[in-house]
Design a protein around this ligand. Sequence first.
Ligand code: ADP
Ligand code: ADP
Ligand code: ZN
Length: 216
Amino acid sequence: MIVILLGPPGAGKGTQAQRLKENYGLMHLSTGDILRQEIAKGTELGLKAKEVMDAGGLVPDEYVIKMIEDKINQPDYKAGVILDGFPRTTQQAITLDEMLEQYNKKIDAVIEIKVDDEQLIKRISGRYSCAECGVCYNKYFKKPAEEGICDVCGSTEFKHRSDDNEETVKKRLEAYYKETMPIIPYYVGKSILKTVDGMRDIDEVSAEINSLLEKK
Ligand code: ADP
Ligand code: ADP
Ligand code: ZN
């Protein structure tokens, strides 16, 4: 199964991808996570990407397409994958289709998570994650059961993304509306787009996504 999660920054793509991974045994492929790993490793790609990401722009198509191509062919991804944050431009969507066709694969569903701007800004300014295991929390909506201690691994170290500030978020939203939204009609044309109301709480959004996928 190949599922794409589409939505603006802060919509809950990563959160829902994590749940789908657990429920369906799919791999979670996040281009944002891969880029942050490249930055942490200090690679050439990481250096280039950091500048663009901190400015709230999109990393050039050729780099992200190459990242996806390198992964999607690996044996681990045979059972299926959730694409989180890819594609983000029409060119990426078209190249993905060409890539999948080559391997006789196809996209099962594109799930668009809709959330209004005010809520997105709040979610992003409150987002932080465990420095040890990476699980995501929110200052306003989803604190660990015991404050300051990760539910999953017990770590007491947390981190905040450098691009999760109000100024950059506005730029990221602009990039979403201008460069990513045009993908929506592309997938509507293929009859694979499903839209969910991402304003509800995490469990309700998960339940709706599960029911959409179970109908497949
Ligand atoms: P994305 O990957 O789309 O940028 P995340 O999954 O990282 O979004 O979610 C952004 C922030 O909002 C995180 O701090 C997460 O804990 C929180 N969050 C995710 N889904 C919801 C929801 N349905 N309601 C409230 N907060 C949410
Ligand atoms: P978000 O929480 O905003 O959805 P991501 O972690 O998916 O964030 O992405 C962080 C940043 O990485 C983006 O703002 C963008 O600069 C870059 N990025 C991630 N995926 C892509 C992509 N498919 N194409 C271009 N740039 C990307
Ligand atoms: Zn942890």
